[in-house]
Structures are given as structure tokens and as C-alpha cells.
Write a protein that binds this ligand. Structure first.
Ligand SMILES: [Zn+2]
Length: 225
């Protein structure tokens, strides 16, 4: 706790705790496919990335309003501050919401209001990283970048996440080039479950400044030198 920390890999939607999920479901008159908090908590016993992502996307359905996104980020930032986090670079997945009919400004306004409060209340600085879902069409990522243009003053960079295998980074070259032209930083999940070659693609085609996960670099000694 006493050691100041920087959080450089956090998916805000993934911080949704079972208690808050049930609270938001009640507030939005939704029924979760779990009997109670303990039942949901038990479902967090993942076996692999796809089984995690299945629950991750199912739970997001409770996020509907600006207040929901605010409460999600506020809960995370309050916990982070208590753990000594002084700076957090936060991923969010706009397509996971816009594809459910939630407007992008609802997501961004809700999140940023909580980020602002964290700065005031905890002296905790934050950056927001807009991630494209790599298992969705490239054109949809480009549309998402276009939709984000009015909000770029809230967004530091773009990233690439979700199911990796079969979705090589190079597919998103045009999107990342457009993001670079808008002055955005670039990062990407690569070499998490996909091969080391995806790390090369993220570096060489997307021009990323940071690889997220990247554990498969161990398969390619050149990446380690
Ligand atoms: Zn991640």
C-alpha cells in the first residue's frame, strides 16, 4: 500500500465487481444470468481467454447510462487509490457498448467524470486508451475512430484487444495510421495467445509504443534482444 504504483494495463470493463454488477442490473431493471453474487463470483474461475471474454461481454450488459460508466470507473479508482496507485492508463472497449446501442458519448462522459473526480479526490492521474476489438471488422474500428473525433481531448491513445488468434495486427494498419495522424499514442495486445509474429506486426505495421502482454516473445529470441 505505501509504495506508489502506476497501473499500465487495466480494462475498465473488467473491473466490474459482482456486487456492482448486481446493483447496476437492479438499477436498470435487468436480470443477470446468475442467482447471486457468490454464483457470479464462482463464474470468474476462468480456464482460458475465450472463457474469460464470454463472461466479460455478458456482464457489460448492465452498463447502460452515464451514471453506470461513472460508477464503474469510480469504484475501480477508489480501490486503486487505496492500494497506492498514483497513475492509471485505462483501456475501454467502445464497440462493446456501441454495438449494444449505447452511444459513445454516454460511455466517455461517464468514464471521464469519474477520472476527473479521482484527480481531485485522490491526486490520481489517468489516461484513457480507446481499444478496438480485433475480432470485429476493421471497418467498424475505423468507424469507431471517426466517432471518437469529438472526444479526442479525453483520449490519449488507441489500443487493440479481445480474442487474438486469427486476428493479426496488420489487419488494422490503416486504422492505426489514421490514429497516428490524429496525434494519438498507439499500443496493442499482441503475443498473448497469438504467436510472436503478431508482436512483430504490432511493432512494424501498427507502430505501437507498447506491447500489452507479449508473453510469446519468448518464442522468438530476436524479440528479446
Ligand atoms: Zn489486456
Amino acid at each position: 500500500m505505501a509504495i506508489p504504483k502506476a497501473e499500465l494495463h487495466i480494462h475498465i470493463e473488467g473491473t466490474l465487481e459482482p456486487e456492482l454488477a448486481f446493483h447496476l442490473a437492479d438499477r436498470n431493471n435487468l436480470t443477470l444470468p446468475f442467482t447471486d453474487v457468490d454464483h457470479l463470483r464462482a463464474a470468474y474461475d476462468f480456464t482460458d481467454l475465450p472463457s474469460f471474454l464470454d463472461l466479460y461481454y455478458r456482464l457489460m450488459d448492465v452498463l447502460r447510462t452515464e451514471a453506470d460508466f461513472h460508477d464503474l470507473a469510480h469504484a475501480y479508482l477508489t480501490r486503486a487509490a487505496a492500494q497506492g496507485v498514483r497513475h492509471a492508463e485505462i483501456f475501454f472497449d467502445p464497440q462493446a457498448h456501441t454495438n449494444r446501442g449505447i452511444p459513445l458519448h454516454v460511455v466517455i462522459n461517464g468514464l471521464t467524470s469519474a477520472l476527473h473526480t479521482a484527480r481531485t479526490d485522490h491526486d490520481l492521474t489517468t489516461e484513457l486508451i480507446l481499444c478496438f476489438l480485433r475480432d470485429r471488422p476493421v471497418a467498424e474500428a475505423m468507424d469507431t475512430l471517426d466517432a471518437a473525433r469529438p472526444h479526442l481531448h479525453h483520449i490519449t491513445g488507441v489500443g487493440l484487444d479481445s480474442a487474438e488468434i486469427g486476428h493479426p495486427p496488420a489487419d488494422f494498419t490503416d486504422v492505426f495510421t489514421a490514429a497516428a495522424r490524429l496525434g494519438l499514442h498507439r499500443v496493442a495486445h499482441a503475443g498473448e495467445e497469438g504467436p510472436a509474429d503478431y508482436i512483430w506486426q504490432a511493432l512494424n505495421h501498427l507502430g505501437v509504443e507498447r506491447i500489452d502482454h507479449g508473453i510469446r516473445c519468448l518464442d522468438d529470441p530476436t524479440l528479446l534482444t
